[in-house]
Design a protein around this ligand. Sequence first.
Ligand SMILES: Cc1cc2nc3c(=O)[nH]c(=O)nc-3n(C[C@H](O)[C@H](O)[C@H](O)COP(=O)(O)O)c2cc1C
Length: 411
Amino acid sequence: MACLSSRPFEGRRVLLCVTGGIAAYKTPKLVRHLTKAGCEVETILTHAAGEFVAPLALATLSGRRVWQEEDLLSGERGFEIPHIRLAEWAEAIAVAPCTANTAAALAQGRAEGLIGATLLAARAPVLLFPAMNAHMLEHPATQENLRTLAGRGVRVVEPAVGALACGGEGRGRMPEPEEIAEEVFRALAPHDMEGVHILVTAGPTREYLDPVRYLSNPSTGRMGLAMAREAWRRGAEVRVVLGPVEAPCVLHGLQVTSIVSALEMRDAVMASLSWAHVIVKAAAVGDYRAKERAERKVKREGRPEIAVSLVQNPDIAAEVGRVKRPDQFLLGFAAETDDLLRNARAKLERKGLDGILVNDVLAPGSGFASETNTLRLICREGEEESFSGLKEDVACAVWGSLVRRGLIVQS
Ligand SMILES: Cc1cc2nc3c(=O)[nH]c(=O)nc-3n(C[C@H](O)[C@H](O)[C@H](O)COP(=O)(O)O)c2cc1C
């Protein structure tokens, strides 16, 4: 069994360039996210950035001395030729936040500071996170600079809309550190699912009995979202049909349709079915719904016992299995308590799945509401494989296995 440990980006080398926008105060948290995933982080700060974030905070969290712009020509560190060493060292470079000033300097190819010189010498993917006042961002000069950089292959990540430090609302906010970290992970991950369209269902469904009571299950959506997240990191385009989950993990990059009931989930899946190359059915869909949903709250007074009549919900996986094209790959999940493999193989056949991931929901550290999972992958073709670990690591290993088998292709 492949036993997986977290820190998926152990030893991967990230250069973080921090420039002088107010959002620089968020960068210690970004460094923390990167190092937690195992990355080694070198940081360069502009003069202006040093006014917004303490170099000591970044040095402490990265475990390395912070580079300053003037290190480019300093006698003390000059012998290392910092811009060449850093450019060769980095596997991914993020400029976050990127000021209007730095975007202009980079668009012109200026090299009087350490960031400009390093980026000219670098061959690694460069990610830019512009963050500024909405008018500065909209200015034709800034827009032209960002377009120039994007045209040269730099990934310019759209700033978010929201409250700005300069007051008011507008476009110009730096994405949250978790979202920036996701972009960096995507730059570091193997791009072996580039352009593949993945449709994932995740989370529970709710079947309301009256306006305040429902039938559901303890699914947190974590396994499905981990599959979605990992596919996006590997270059896929990902749509997620997501049931009601509490505080889902970072959804950055995923196209999410939120639904509540099994019927809504069915409609959302069918609407994206022809778009998808791969369908991952990780949601815990309710098998039954109330035959009649009460319009008003059912009162307890005078009702020592009540009966609820339930009708079966559509079996979405089986329906997709019936109508999908032969070139679409349908991956199902089976949460079993008995006779795991026999039940899973029977489900694979019965529902027309191409692969199934089966887990024993009664085993400790597996299934619903658990951070970890132990899954066995059974495909129509190829050997069975087992994976165990954090759900995020299991998702990474499952995609790796499916890609290796040549099962994940654009049709
Ligand atoms: C309080 C304050 C906040 C600022 N915030 C931003 C900002 O969010 N984005 C930006 O592009 N410039 C911002 N600036 C202007 C930059 O700090 C200034 O253009 C500086 O020269 C940028 O230098 P650098 O690109 O070398 O870091 C701000 C200035 C001040 C005084």
